[in-house]
Write a protein that binds this ligand. Structure first.
Ligand code: C2O
Ligand code: CU
Ligand code: CU
Length: 475
């Protein structure tokens, strides 16, 4: 069951030499680990090395993991809008990988999708012309069929775009102090508390969901924060779990940004859904100096994710009333309408009977009944066009699972959900949306993809790996 993963990690010589990270004493809550910040500047290429390592998620129990330049996860990359930056991605994994810049509006040739393969031992030079509003993005592997495993092993990092408009707002921006990157993931551990990547029917149908919650790679860490306004950059980096986030004491927070950047104005909330691949920025007021716990609410009850310990002089700070101005395309501008259906297969796979499809055949995951094919272009879009994409899902044989639908190289806005005006949580510019009912998206295509195509797919990584992905050119 775990043989693939064990093989992937154990063949590498790094695993045994690795230093370990994690809680030193069982009783002690680890403090929140803040990935190192790397400022990307023009003319100063940065090397990102995908490698294997080892991590102690439980004291004294080292598990093989992977990361960029480190044993688990990767540095936070920060880039200023309007600048062109260069990354040299080295692949020291024992297998092929790619690195996708999830949320960046850049040409498909450097997007890092399944076509931008970096063989084991190889290096890929990516020149990224970043020209978009301030936003919280991320980067992760995207090799077809192996994305789930590689991300799960630890390959993921945050990517922050800043711009003048955002800097002028005076939002909390001291990285790691009052501006915290929070990568939310869940994992499965075996009885010996070693990390495992389950395979099989359940994983294929529901995606891999674990009962152990991690924030920046640690279980229930503790974050010291100033007793004032703190900005949290939330990234759902889980393979399949939809987070339902709230504070244990029910406190309000201010939602200020979606995948695509700042909202026009802050929205007070007590609860927020975050689907795999999505990001949100929120401001939390800790000026009452009371400790607080960020929790995930699920049918299994409430799980603690992160404990906040405010310290210092209480300093109440106002939340800006206006955040950003940006133009939405009008619905009338849409040149074309496309309908896409995410189709959940029947989970039949090698050596496993599963449920039989209509004609007694195994039915793969896909779009419109067809699994992903690297050699097939599914949609052809005109550069500069605005289109309406209607995305729905066909219930599987056994369940109706919401799929997070993600598109590369674009931002979109939700026009309708379930035939009605979208709810208050559907506002803002996005690249990923949860399809728990049919949605209508207004998409603007600004990035070229003449030869290497862009992807659209379900961000449940096991669905994506099993074929729930399509590709489009933009010319
Ligand atoms: Cu975050 Cu195509 O992926
Ligand atoms: Cu993406
Ligand atoms: Cu899915």
């Amino acid at each position: 069951m775990l043989s693939t993963r064990r093989h992937f990690l154990q063949t590498a010589s790094f695993a045994s030499l690795a230093a370990v990270a994690g809680p030193s004493r069982a009783q002690e809550r680890p403090s929140l680990s803040i990935p190192p910040l790397v400022d990307l500047r023009p003319g100063a290429p940065v090397t990102l090395t995908a490698r294997v390592g080892e991590t102690e998620f439980f004291p004294g129990k080292a598990s093989p993991t992977a990361g960029y330049n480190r044993h688990l996860l990767g540095p936070t990359l920060r880039v200023r809008s309007g600048e062109e930056v260069t990354l040299n991605v080295r692949n020291e994994l024992p297998e092929m990988t790619t690195v996708h810049w999830h949320g960046l509006l850049i040409p498909a040739a450097v997007d890092g999708g399944p076509h931008n393969e970096i063989p084991a031992g190889g290096t890929w030079k990516a020149v990224l012309p970043v020209q978009q509003s301030a936003s919280t993005c991320w980067y992760h592997p995207h090799p077809h069929g192996r994305t789930g495993l590689q991300v799960y092993g630890g390959l993921a990092g945050m990517l922050i775009v800043t711009d003048r408009e955002e800097q002028a707002l005076g939002l909390p921006s001291r990285y790691g102090a009052d501006d915290l990157p929070l990568i939310l993931q869940d994992r499965v551990f075996d009885r010996e508390q070693h990390l495992v990547y389950p395979r099989g029917h359940m994983a294929l149908m529901h995606g891999v969901q674990g009962s152990v919650m991690l924030v920046n790679g640690a279980r229930e860490p503790r974050a010291g924060v100033p007793a004032g306004l703190v900005r949290l950059r939330l990234l759902n980096g889980a393979n399949a779990r939809v987070y339902d986030l709230a504070f244990e004491d029910g406190r309000n927070f201010h939602w200020i940004a979606t995948d695509g950047g700042l909202l026009r104005e802050p929205v007070p909330l007590q609860r927020m859904l975050l689907a795999p691949g999505q990001r949100a920025e929120i401001l939390v007021d800790f000026s009452d100096a009371r400790s607080a716990v960020l929790v995930n609410r699920s049918t299994a009850g409430q799980q603690s994710l992160l404990h906040f310990a405010p310290a210092g002089e209480p300093r109440p700070q106002p939340v800006p009333a206006r955040l950003a101005s940006w133009q939405s395309p009008t619905r009338e501008a849409a040149a074309q309408r496309r309908r896409l259906t995410m189709t959940l297969g029947n989970g039949a796979m090698d050596g496993m009977p599963g449920m039989q499809g209509m004609h007694g055949m195994p039915m793969p995951h896909g779009f419109d009944g067809r699994p992903f094919d690297m050699a097939r272009i599914d949609q052809r879009v005109k550069l500069g066009a605005v289109e309406i994409w209607e995305v729905s899902s066909l219930p599987g044989m056994m369940m109706d699972q919401p799929h997070p639908f993600h598109m590369h190289g674009v931002h979109f806005e939700v026009l309708q959900r379930d035939g009605r005006a979208p709810g208050p949580l559907d506002i803002g510019r996005r690249d990923t949306v949860l399809v728990d009912a049919p949605v209508e998206l207004l998409v603007r295509f600004t990035q070229p993809a003449p030869t290497v195509p862009f992807m659209y797919h379900c961000h449940i990584l096991e669905h994506e790996d099993a074929g729930m992905m399509g590709q489009f050119t933009v010319t």
